[in-house]
Design a protein around this ligand. Sequence first.
Ligand code: F6P
Length: 362
Amino acid sequence: MHIGILTGGGDCPGLNAVIRAVTLALINECGARVTGIERGFLGLMTRQVRPLDVDAVAGILAQGGTILGTHNKCDPFHYFGAGGADKSGDAMDCVRELGLDALVAIGGDGTMAIAHRFEALGLPVVGVPKTIDNDLCHTDRSFGFDSAVAVVAEALDRLETTARSHGRVMIAETMGRYAGWIALEGGMAGAADVILLPEQPFQLEVVAERCRARENREGYTLICIAEGARAEGQGMTVAATLADSPDPVRLGGVGALLQHQLQPLIRSEVRATLLGHVQRGGSPTPFDRVLATRFGYHAAQLVRRGEYGRMVTLTGSDIASVPLVDVAGRTRSVPVDHPLLAAATGLGVSLGVSSPGTAAAL
Ligand code: F6P
């Protein structure tokens, strides 16, 4: 058996842990040959591959990033290198030349969508859910999320001491794309006073009122805002639109925007910090190392059993799998009745709305 592995989309802590687990399980339990496809699906277009064996994956469990490299623009069905033409046939030629029996694709909704299309062309595929955003359907967690939340929590801990010292309003902007999972869990872990999510357009005056109330009592305020959050009546803040990308919109800058809109409404100085790619870099947390390892091992079991066209999932504490078609190109946002939202408001955290739970879904 000859199995290919690739990592697609943005990088994420825990990718190497999955590569290691898939490789070791396939070698130890099936005597399989394993090949790494470099830079996501681009490696199938450019024929950049490398053998993976026990030595190749030694010592990578705790390493951030991906030893295989990744690419977030390469969709062979709309290949940027050919003006958007369908070059999936070239990729399938590469699969045949390599003699791959199946592919393990580690990635987010976009990677799962591409993997699903290759499955339809006859390439057996198993998917592993990756994203710091935690916005993939049918899995309670994707690996990388816990690591990102840890970064946000630490950042808020640090911002709190300087906010308190100066009597400032400090805003931390998180990643998360169109979902508020990172801001919600990071904000709760870092004791934010205000948490603003894409799922609940906020009212500027409600945020200002919370800051004014805290000016008089605690003297400072900590705001955690998701990059996809927006004030009522405003659109999301777009940092860039990338040419040739299947997912061209890059969000960013809403923290700075809020700083400027909030400043005239309150006495204390407002400052914004964009956490950015710091949330995606570095070593995975122990939770993510274990989750990524469990996902990788389970993916290898699906390959071993010939159960293709599926993505591994975490439901509660159980690892299972769902058909790729159920997750391909779909995302999951924070539901308005999520228990952590109730806990947040119960503890006095402002979600920036006068009546939480009435938010419009995206
Ligand atoms: O999907 C992961 C993510 O980090 C998002 O949270 C963020 O919006 C986006 O990727 C950033 O992408 P890039 O690395 O291309 O700027």
